[in-house]
Design a protein around this ligand. Structure first.
Ligand code: NIG
Ligand code: FE
Length: 396
């Protein structure tokens, strides 16, 4: 928890109103105590100081949807996809989620941690200060617990806040292939009660050929009995009703939403379900981007996330996600940056971040650029000059 005074900010995005030019931000014991014009800033004699030399400052990125912990390598699938194979074809021929499940089950907890830690380090260097991590590549109780423990350890050993999500309903594991109802019973009776102390949320991949709306409802209702909020992989590869299920259950978020309709958008907005969009996955699958502007205009809280996973979106950079959201999805740069910060925070129930105002957590990013519009405009450059977590400057 640091004390820090940032001066010389050329352009400050607070997410609370218009940007401030010639600004300063003060942080005490990890919390923002001043954000506004430099001329009114406190002197903060003891604090570390950074002169931003006219650079811009935005809140730290909140990456609200990742599958960060996994083993194995699926770069061969990427090549097959680029030659025209579909995600479903690859899965049917032994690739896909089950290939990662095999490698993940065979890995030790330490191996999983080392790989996930490397990804987390790169994310921090790219400006991410809060991260959601899903399990879902274990698909049995012991392996799912291992994944959630690794996820929690990332938050303990790195300067990044971690929220965890149990995604045991990512796929029916091979040993239950002939007996899917048996797996759903194991999820409800054994796994959810056992993982509940390690998870904040429960997620279900609602998709044709994966889990149905009715199955998703049973799993998420059982999870709610153990105080796990609901997140839903919804309308990713086709339209199967996951968004309406999220609205019906008052889920915290509906994620992906590539095939969401305007009725879905209205229902999500009405029910207060955040729309977590992951443009990296659509880019990688060469499928149409989610209707971000429609969801925004319907009044949804839109969040952007990397969906970091080995199959559809091995993305670690929120900046690149913002660029896709602007160039391919049609959000404005301001909307995309809000969604990658405040939107993500709200989708994780973290009202204390994603804003640069008095009382918010001192998580922010100094960009080596005059305005945040440079993020979508210069997608392949890491513009992060400093990542600040709870008032401490990260050495990256
Ligand atoms: O978010 N949609 C399901 N899960 C992941 C992909 C998982 C995989 O292919 O390994 C996703 O795209
Ligand atoms: Fe996902």
């Amino acid at each position: 928890m640091g004390d820090l005074l940032l001066t010389g900010i050329g352009h400050l995005t607070t997410n609370t109103g218009d940007p401030v030019s010639d600004a300063a931000v003060a942080i005490e014991s990890g919390t923002i105590t001043y954000a506004g014009p430099a001329r009114d800033a406190p002197s903060q004699g003891e604090a570390d100081r950074i002169d931003c030399e006219d650079r811009c400052v935005i809140p730290g990125f909140v990456d609200a949807h990742t599958h960060l912990v996994f083993a194995g390598d699926r770069s061969d699938e990427f090549a097959r996809k680029m030659s025209g194979a579909s995600y479903q074809e690859i899965a049917a021929s032994g690739g896909g989620i089950h290939s990662t499940v095999g490698a993940t089950r065979a890995a030790t907890e330490e191996e999983l941690f080392v790989d996930a830690a490397a990804r987390a380090r790169r994310m921090i260097a790219a400006g991410t200060t809060t991260l959601e991590i899903k399990s879902g590549y274990g698909l049995d109780l012991e392996a799912e617990i291992r994944l959630l423990r690794v996820a929690q350890r990332i938050g303990e050993e790195f300067p990044i806040t971690v929220k965890t999500t149990f995604l045991g309903a990512h796929s029916v594991p091979p040993e239950f292939k002939q007996h899917r109802e048996g797996y759903i019973q194991v999820l409800i009776d054994d796994m959810i009660p056992a993982v509940a102390p390690l998870a904040d949320y429960c997620d279900v991949f609602v998709e044709e050929g994966v889990f149905s709306v009715d199955e998703g409802r049973r799993i998420l209702v059982a999870a709610a009995d153990h105080n796990l909020g609901a997140r839903v992989h919804a309308e990713q590869l086709g339209h199967s009703g996951g968004a309406m299920l999220a609205a019906e259950l008052g889920a915290v978020s509906a994620d992906h939403l590539d095939h969401a309709t305007s009725d879905d958008a209205d229902a999500l907005a009405e029910a207060g379900v955040a729309a977590v969009l992951v443009p990296g996955a659509s880019y990688n699958l060469r499928s149409p981007q989610a209707p971000g502007p429609m969801l925004w205009d319907a009044g949804c809280t839109v969040a952007l996330a990397t969906d970091c996973n080995p199959g559809t979106s091995y993305f670690e950079s929120m900046a690149l996600v913002i660029s896709l959201a602007v160039v391919q999805m049609g959000l404005t740069a301001e909307q995309a940056i809000w969604s990658a910060t405040r939107g993500g925070a709200l989708s994780l129930g973290l009202d204390d971040r994603g804003l640069i105002e008095i009382g918010s957590v001192g998580d922010l990013v100094v960009l080596d650029a005059p305005t945040p519009n440079h993020i979508p405009y210069r997608p392949a450059t890491n513009l992060v000059w400093k990542t600040v977590k709870s008032g401490q400057v990260m050495a990256v």
